[in-house]
Design a protein around this ligand. Structure first.
Ligand code: FE2
Length: 376
């Protein structure tokens, strides 16, 4: 597809990958105390602190740390003063994902293509320069106040972006986290299809799969979900909306505390989930636990797998399978005080799904926690 041609939404086909996104470049969290959050991702999750920006590097606006584990790159930032935009964002949302940055070849084309299709501009294409080259970005809004920043670092040889300086004295004990698998957005009741259309029409994604309230419901609550994927399959964004249930759904609880739609969880791939979860638990990461009855049925439901079922149960890992293989996954408790964002750790053995067979058990354990918070 020629990206220079303006494409009317009605002419788009399922295959129109006009953005040519290469991968998720980074996920940028706005938090209340970047130094503490950096320490958490470093010591608990085993991410390597790679770069810093702040007063000492000429950044008068915010303190910021870049952390990496495998190909997963997180940026953690906090405001210095209350008048800063980061402070305003944090005041409303608490800690959370502000930016899901996407690497492209041409930020100008990406911005033109998306804003001409109805995407709301975050900022027009801009260049930041220093001794290491030119760092190019542009941005559009997605759900809530979340941004997709398009990044072109082809002419930038510095550590992350201008004002960032390498961190050299902080080694990390890796937990094996290797790359971002998917990032889920929570949107309001009735808005899922709006955002599915946004990813399709504005960004050229196509729908990979969907789950309705029959797939994802418990006695109390339900949700619906559709998974959007970019052209090369490396960027997957499931979109959740609450569905009618007897009590408040986990998505509504999120929206009550984040106050707008936003990123619900970031799923990170590992090549050895047993080892990763064992290390994360030892480092103090808290995970949701499903009832032990889940494990009684598991070998019959899944069949023979490489991993030991007893260890899987001890670590609280969940297993699901589809036509292409199986996957192992586990979910943390919220990683900040507000019951908003959490992390998923996932290992795939062929399966391309998201753990549909685990949804019911998982949501029942989520509701137990919601009840403890007085929010069910
Ligand atoms: Fe997930």
């Amino acid at each position: 597809m020629n990206t220079e041609t303006k494409i009317e939404p009605r002419l788009m086909t399922e295959e129109a990958d006009f953005l040519q996104i290469k991968s998720v470049d980074h996920v940028h969290f706005y938090v209340g105390n970047a130094k503490h959050a950096m320490y958490y991702w470093w010591k608990a999750f085993g991410f390597k602190p790679a770069a810093y920006s702040g007063l000492e590097t000429g950044n008068r606006d915010f303190a910021s740390y870049v952390l990496e584990s495998g190909q997963a790159r997180f940026v953690i930032s906090a405001a210095y003063t209350p008048g800063n935009a980061l402070a305003a964002h944090h005041m409303i949302h608490g800690d959370g994902v502000k930016v899901i940055a996407l690497e492209v070849d041409d930020v100008e084309k990406a911005w033109q293509a998306t804003t001409s299709r109805g995407g709301k501009s975050g900022w027009a294409p801009r260049e930041e320069k220093d001794d290491f080259g030119i760092y190019r970005t542009s941005a559009i809004y997605t759900y809530g106040e979340t941004l997709h920043v398009f990044v072109d670092r082809a002419d930038y040889k510095g550590v992350f972006a201008p004002t960032y300086t390498p961190i050299k004295n902080k080694e990390a004990q890796s937990t094996g986290l290797a790359a971002i698998d998917h990032i889920v957005g929570n949107v309001q009741l009735g808005k899922m299809n709006h955002w599915v259309n946004f990813y399709h029409q504005v960004m050229g994604f196509r729908q990979l799969m969907h789950f309705d309230d029959k797939d994802i419901s418990t006695e109390y609550s339900a949700l619906m979900s559709k998974v959007m994927q970019n052209g090369n399959g490396r960027v997957k964004f499931p979109i959740n909306e609450p569905a009618e249930g007897k009590r408040k759904s986990q998505i509504e609880e999120y929206l009550d505390y984040y106050l707008t739609p936003g990123a619900q969880h970031v799923a990170i791939l590992t090549g050895d989930i047993l080892e990763t979860v064992e290390k994360l638990r030892r480092n103090g990461v808290e995970f949701l636990r499903v009832p032990d009855t889940y494990y009684e049925m598991l070998p019959d439901r899944i069949g023979k797998i490489k991993e030991d079922y007893k260890t899987i149960q001890e670590l609280g890992i969940l297993v699901d399978k589809d036509d292409e293989g199986y996957l192992l996954q586990i979910f943390t408790r919220p990683i900040q005080d507000r019951p908003t964002m959490f992390v998923e750790v996932i290992q795939r053995h062929g399966a391309q799904g998201f753990g549909k067979g685990n949804f019911k058990a998982l949501f029942e354990s989520l509701e137990l926690e919601q009840d403890r918070r007085g929010n069910l």
